[in-house]
Design a protein around this ligand. Structure first.
Ligand code: ZN
Length: 695
């Protein structure tokens, strides 16, 4: 939308801007962060036509606007809410608002309509409409300045230092309004000295110092960048030359709210793969000895295979160890893996096992502390800070989910709203009243909420920027839909299982193409589920985990049944934590169909790529009298897609399934919203082939 190239500006002989390149795409909120005097306001003035640049170009939607006038810029859809508000003190609130639309020559009817819209967004201004602007509080004057800029219905809104001089509580209100504006589709260039606030509220940011752009990138990344954090926190020193460089560039003059940044770093201390492997070997040795000494179950298994604690001398020796399975947990119910005396156990959790006995796990205080710490790491990786309000809509109780999300949230210092799953009306009410910024749930529940938000038309009144979801596979189209209906929220897939502490053992990073997992707490092997031999990095297989410091119930080569693959090499996000793909399915819910193994995720992928289809579907498997298997897909059309397109869509689905999975399917399309939704895991596979198995 806005493209600035090599822009320079001078005040007399003094140069204020040096070759600025900056780009804003439609719908983005972009922050321009820098200290007082860095050149931020000059840049805004150049865009708005209030200053004339000495070189370079500014284009808006492809049109050259380098030497525009303020009135022309307003007509082109650019409005400025200036630094220091600049409201006219002697004029009323109403008259100040009228001024915002002067260049547009609106009819009285249109002008009145727009003023009403501003009042709707800022009810405070409506209450004070006849009052002189000079008698308003700082926060109200800021609202008036923003309201005045909105009178022109800008497609690009320039906000110059909206939080300057405001109390923190009022700042919260102003930033909530900025996010709501962004959600309703306004593109925003936000200029701020307050780095933490600006980075939390934007998609992308540029850091400006002494008239030059010195850093740029995704805001969530910059917020987590250790060098920048050190600079923001004023830690520049001889030991930290990078921070000194930023300090010399003027960055440490940025106005700071220290408590708003992470005060602790939950990332691991190892520096490279070699250090991680040493740490893992120590942990493996400790775990084997601990389990052998503490657990009759493990000792018996080790003795059967001739393993003694001293048998472990390298990481490869892990392959000598016997596997642990869900069956071991069930047959030894309730505490088969317990490896410490009862008096050291401080808590138990259980899985929501659907068949037979539940899997029960026990924890020492250290186990809980470790879990809490690495769950905080998940939040940190997702860019969540003390500014966030986290609505935890996963199950509380004997399950691990709610407790994990809760403790991690408190550890990182964010505000937790422990609502639990279900209760859609209360969920919506809290999203509106508390302005929760993060929503945690299963994927099914997130979809249910997304549709509810859409139905009630409140996407621009809520404030959810991030959704952390887990425990269930999700298709690309489902993710996209959840994000869209939530007003553009960013999704993070979180992994974990009760046996391995609980949720939070890994999370998707802000680059969204992998899960980083906590290799300093467990070793992850990927094995062929049939042969149980390791597969090469990059190939799909079953995830098998071994804990490194878990006391209460250590896991040794525990078969998770989750199908994933290692992604080798470093991540573009800069984290050195190892990574795997998002979970593709479970090795025991592979569909065996006419001799072909099909992962339900394969169907996800195919349906996601066909435009016009919704994200809900069911797979029905049946067997005819001749003992032949048949697969039927029942798929929803996307919202608003007419039934007349069904034949064409059916053809495309059947064609793609045949082409990619080599099987023939019958496809049935149904109306959007007609398949059942659930706040827990939705059942998608209905295998009706074997009716007599129980006999
Ligand atoms: Zn990453």
């Amino acid at each position: 939308m806005l493209d600035i190239k090599n822009l320079t500006a001078h005040y007399g002989a003094a140069q204020a801007l040096f070759g600025i390149d900056l780009n804003i795409e439609g719908g983005q909120t972009v922050a321009l962060v820098g200290a007082n005097g860095a050149g931020k306001s000059t840049l805004l003035k150049c865009i708005m036509g209030l200053e004339t640049p000495s070189g370079g170009t500014i284009t808006l939607n492809g049109k050259d606007i380098t030497r525009g006038t303020p009135a022309r810029m307003v007509r082109l859809g650019v409005s400025l809410s200036p630094e220091g508000r600049e409201v006219f003190s002697d004029l009323s609130v109403y008259e100040n608002l009228q001024l915002g639309a002067i260049p547009l020559n609106l009819s009285t009817i249109e002008e009145t309509k727009r003023i009403e819209e501003v009042y709707e967004r800022f009810p405070k201004l409506s209450e004070r409409k006849d009052q002189q602007a000079g008698t308003l509080s700082g926060g109200e004057q800021q609202m008036l300045a923003m309201g005045r800029a909105l009178m022109a219905k800008p497609s690009l809104l320039l906000l110059d230092e909206p939080s300057l001089g405001l109390a923190p509580l009022i700042m919260d209100d102003i930033f909530a309004i900025i996010r709501q504006l962004a959600r309703s589709g306004t593109t925003i260039l936000l200029v701020e000295q307050n780095a933490a606030r600006a980075l939390s509220a934007s998609d992308k940011a540029y850091l400006l110092a002494n008239g030059k752009i010195i850093e740029q990138g995704k805001s969530s990344r910059l917020l987590n960048d250790p060098v920048l954090r050190a600079a923001f926190l004023g830690a520049a020193s001889d030991e930290n030359p990078a921070a000194s460089r930023l300090g010399a560039a003027g960055l440490t003059n940025i106005r700071l709210e220290k408590p708003l940044m992470h005060t602790h770093d939950f990332m691991p201390s190892f520096k490279d793969e070699g250090e991680l492997k040493l740490h893992q070997l120590e942990g493996l040795k400790w775990t084997v000895a601990h389990a052998y000494e503490g657990s009759a179950h493990y000792r018996e298994k080790f003795d059967q295979t001739g393993i003694k604690p001293h048998s472990i001398n390298s990481l490869e020796d892990i392959q000598k160890l016997p596997f642990t399975t869900a069956e071991d947990l069930r047959t030894g119910y309730p505490f088969p893996l317990r490896s410490v005396p009862y008096e050291q156990i401080v808590r138990v959790h259980a899985s929501s096992g659907t068949t037979g006995k539940r899997k029960v796990l026990c924890y020492t205080q250290k186990d809980l502390d470790d879990w809490t710490g690495f769950f905080a790491r998940c939040y940190q990786m997702a860019g969540i800070t003390q500014l966030d309000r986290v609505q935890v809509a996963v199950g509380y109780g004997v399950w691990t989910a709610g407790m994990g999300f809760q403790l991690g949230c408190e550890k990182i210092g964010a505000l937790a709203v422990p609502i639990g799953p279900g209760n859609i009306d209360m969920q919506i009410q809290f999203l509106l009243d508390f302005q929760s910024t993060v929503f945690c749930s299963t994927a099914s529940m997130a979809l249910l909420m997304a549709e509810e938000i859409h139905q009630r038309g409140i996407a621009d009144k809520i404030n959810v920027q991030k959704i952390i979801y887990g425990s269930e596979r999700s298709s690309r189209s489902m993710r996209q839909k959840i994000s869209d209906l939530f007003g553009g929220a960013e999704l993070f897939d979180i992994t974990g299982l009760t046996e391995l502490y609980g949720p939070g053992t890994g999370i998707e990073c802000s680059d969204h193409d992998c899960i980083h997992y906590w290799g300093d707490y467990y070793i992850l092997e990927i094995l062929d589920p049939e042969t149980l031999q390791p597969v090469p990095d990059g190939e799909w297989g079953e995830m098998v985990v071994t804990t490194l410091c878990k006391e209460g119930a250590p896991l040794i080569r525990y078969r998770t049944r989750d199908i994933t693959r290692i992604i080798p090499g470093p991540c573009t996000c800069g984290s050195i934590l190892p990574r795997h793909s998002r979970i593709r399915g479970r090795s025991d819910d592979t569909i065996k169909f006419r001799g072909v193994n099909i992962y339900p995720s394969g169907i996800d992928t195919i349906l996601s790529a066909v435009p016009g289809l919704g994200s809900e579907y069911q797979i029905h498997l049946n067997r005819d009298e001749a003992e032949r298997d048949h697969m039927k897909l029942v798929v929803e059309r996307a919202e608003g897609v007419d039934g007349s397109r069904s034949p064409e869509l059916i053809h495309e689905v059947s064609h793609q399934v045949k082409k990619q999975l080599l099987v023939s399917v019958q496809t049935e399309l149904v109306d959007y919203g007609s398949l059942p939704r659930s706040e827990r895991k939705s059942q998608r596979v209905f295998d009706n082939r074997i009716q007599d198995e129980i006999v």
